[in-house]
Design a protein. Structure first.
Length: 486
């Protein structure tokens, strides 16, 4: 244990450690990845004060161009330390090398360049107006940083989703206090090292490790000098954060859970629909808020589709990142227990287990990890809990439908509203159905295809606000109107 690294907090340009630790455990084999310094209320207070001072110091006086050049240096340093970031992300999550090397870390770094470039392009807006004396006036609209932003990021895409918030917040001129998930502190700590290495002014980027209630998360959200809160994670946690943020009328941006539907019409490209649904159900072990947990298939091709999906699910290779596996472990043994409790509930609710539903046994140290088999159900009723509650694991339920109106109703009959996927070769029908989806994003004949300029977020229990492109910069900015009489 003494040989394990210690992940420290980073406050006001200094790595700090108060002697209170928790364990970062590998989901691959249960081994200790690192000891993590948990921030107490005093450290969170110091981080908020540092951020507030940074807004009034060098950072607050920088031009947009100077800030954005700094973010470009952050991106370059992430790329220089690419292998370190890959290793830290894999150690915490157990993901396959291919996903981390091709998506998580490259996108994490690219977010800084993307939002730096976007901020450079944003000019001041102005309008001329007539006045009774005929001389007129000019209304100039400025974007000012909102201030000190609390960033609470999730464990499923740790670096990518953290920088998706940090990059636009900094591009807009704010200072941040970041709390990564206690399950995945590694790449956040490396990002603090990057900020330090590129000379980010003190207090602009602060990192505090810890948990939610009674820990760093709650201390941040309730702090009177935190000006805004952005969070990605469970809907229940979002509700708790919103209640805590209400006293200070803090603006919030939430990307929360989903119980997403995939709709497969009989005229779909069958092979593409099957392959796409394998991805949308089992990518990252089902631990993506956009995953399809409810799959609706037109009755004429239902049996064939279930059979094909079963075959592909059973062909997925489960194992270590270095094994070129298709699926790694869940994030923790604790989360696996939650997912397994839903597997048990599904049986009680009358599910037919097409495949999966159990824990694989390897006969080696992987049995101490958090692996689980990809699982497919049929036979549940619309009102079953397993059809209405987000499970966040490698599972989907497949249900037949007969009519377009019927499947639209079923897809929308949920408390969530994040994403949907539609599979059909009839593009007129695709647009007609997509327009009726009560979600923030709807894919047609694909899944997880993202243009960073477009708005991302959900409706109902799936969130508040939108991230992406100008939508992110607008959340992290306050508009100021200056009306100047001629």
């Amino acid at each position: 244990m003494s040989n394990s690294p210690i992940y420290k907090n980073y406050i006001d340009g200094v790595f700090v450690d108060n002697g209170n630790y928790f364990d970062d455990i590998s989901p691959i084999d249960g081994s200790l990845v690192a000891r993590v310094s948990e921030a107490d209320k005093s450290l969170v207070d110091q981080a908020v004060l540092a951020a507030k001072n940074a807004m009034n110091g060098k950072w607050g006086k920088m031009s947009v161009a100077e800030r954005c050049d700094m973010l470009d240096r952050v991106a370059a340093e992430i790329e220089r330390r690419f292998d370190d970031f890959v290793a830290a992300e894999i150690a915490d999550t157990g993901k396959a090398h291919a996903q981390v090397k091709n998506i998580d870390i490259p996108r994490g770094g690219a977010n800084f360049r993307f939002f730096a470039n976007l901020a450079r392009e944003q000019g001041e807006k102005s309008w001329q107006m007539d006045t009774p004396d005929g001389l007129g006036a000019t209304n100039k609209i400025l974007s000012k940083p909102i201030g000190v932003v609390a960033v609470i990021s999730p464990w499923n895409l740790p670096l990518l989703l953290m920088t998706w918030k940090v990059a636009p917040a900094l591009a807009a001129g704010n200072a941040v206090i970041v709390k990564p998930s206690e399950e995945t502190p590694g790449t956040a700590t490396l990002l603090a090292e990057v900020m330090d290495a590129v000379g980010m002014p003190k207090g602009v980027f602060n990192l505090v490790h810890g948990f939610g209630p009674g820990s760093a998360g709650e201390f941040m959200v309730t702090h009177p000098h935190v000006d805004a809160v952005t969070f990605t994670g469970e809907s229940k946690t979002g509700t708790a954060i919103m209640k805590n943020a209400a006293d200070g009328l803090k603006p919030v941006s939430f990307e929360l859970g989903g119980k997403n539907a995939a709709i497969v019409f009989k005229d779909a490209d069958f092979d593409k629909a099957v392959s796409g649904t394998i991805r949308s159900a089992f990518a990252n072990c089902g631990q993506v808020c956009l995953c399809s947990e409810r799959v609706y298939v037109e009755r004429e091709i239902f049996d064939e589709f279930v059979s094909a999906l079963k075959e592909k699910a059973e062909a997925l290779k489960i194992g270590r990142p270095e094994d070129n596996a298709d699926m790694g472990p869940l994030i923790s043994v604790g989360h696996r227990e939650k997912v397994l409790s839903y597997f048990k509930l599904a049986i009680e609710e009358g599910a037919n287990v097409v495949t999966g539903g159990e824990v694989p046994h390897f006969g080696d140290d992987r049995d101490q990890g958090a692996f689980i088999n990809p699982t497919i159900w049929t036979g549940l009723s619309d009102d079953a809990r397993c059809m209405n509650e987000e499970i966040f694991g490698p599972v989907c339920h497949i249900m037949p439908f007969d009519h377009e109106d019927e499947v639209i109703h079923k897809a929308n009959d949920t408390d969530y509203g994040l994403a949907a996927a539609i599979w059909t070769t009839d593009l007129e029908k695709a647009e007609r159905v997509a327009r009726q989806m009560e979600v923030g994003i709807c894919w047609v004949n694909d899944w997880f295809l993202r243009d960073l300029r477009t708005p991302f977020g959900g409706v109902k229990l799936s969130g508040i606000g939108r991230e992406g492109g100008i939508h992110s910069l607008e959340f992290y900015s306050e508009p100021l109107t200056i009306c100047m009489k001629h």
